[in-house]
Write a protein that binds this ligand. Sequence first.
Ligand code: FE
Ligand code: FE
Ligand code: ZN
Length: 277
Amino acid sequence: MDFKIGCHLSVSKGFEAMGKDALSIGANAFQFFTRNPRGGAAKEIDTNDTQALLTLMKENDFATPLAHAPYTLNPCSADERTRKFALSIMKDDLLRLETLPHSFYNFHPGSHVGQGIETGIQQIISQLNTVLIEEQTTKVLLETMAGKGSEVGSRFEELKEIIDGVKLSEKMGVCLDTCHVNDAGYDIVNNLDEVLSEFDRIIGLDRLCAIHLNDSKNPFESHKDRHEKIGQGFLGLEAIERIINHQKLRDIPFYLETPNDLEGYGEEIKLLKSLRR
Ligand code: FE
Ligand code: FE
Ligand code: ZN
């Protein structure tokens, strides 16, 4: 497959406009927030607009669109109202996403806030078993987390346990964030092969659907989660070059979430294309 590379974009001007933004910077992939990242009301979806985006994507051989849930949702909060809020937003997002069939929906598993990792995992499983339906075309992705505070999902074993608990597990996948796994303590700079073997052994590489391609402002195992521009952080350009060309990763779509405006993303995409073999 050819190189699928894009970045996080704003959908505020509409879906087709977002596709045009992607094209303007040489991207053939994009991620967007389903609503205000803090979890506010979602805009009405204009199906003419989503149809126009689907046409643009087809004509330009785009990767699967990646919708990102508001990152403040916490399906494993100790507070029941917070958990219910996460559930209702996710349910609504999944319903609306069917206007862009066969998309990915990525979410942060959540923070167990002192309840313990096992309770957190069980609450996430219970939420997924409530919102996932047989008819949906969307695949729901668990994002690998940095392990900041009480975040669930910084170990591959935790993601595997969640997937195993979901009844409709064929609807589940994983999005690997390169900044997060570095911060979580997976050495993708010096031991990429080993990390991928571990992922394969524990979760299975067939579950890996998307890659958030970010450098990290912090060193290995720092449990911080602060993204840096490509080549300017603790991963460095050589490691990122190995990632985008790795036999086991090269056919997976890459989505940048680096601190950039549209023009900055365009420059990173150009750089990454020049490094692609
Ligand atoms: Fe994320
Ligand atoms: Fe990410
Ligand atoms: Zn992050």
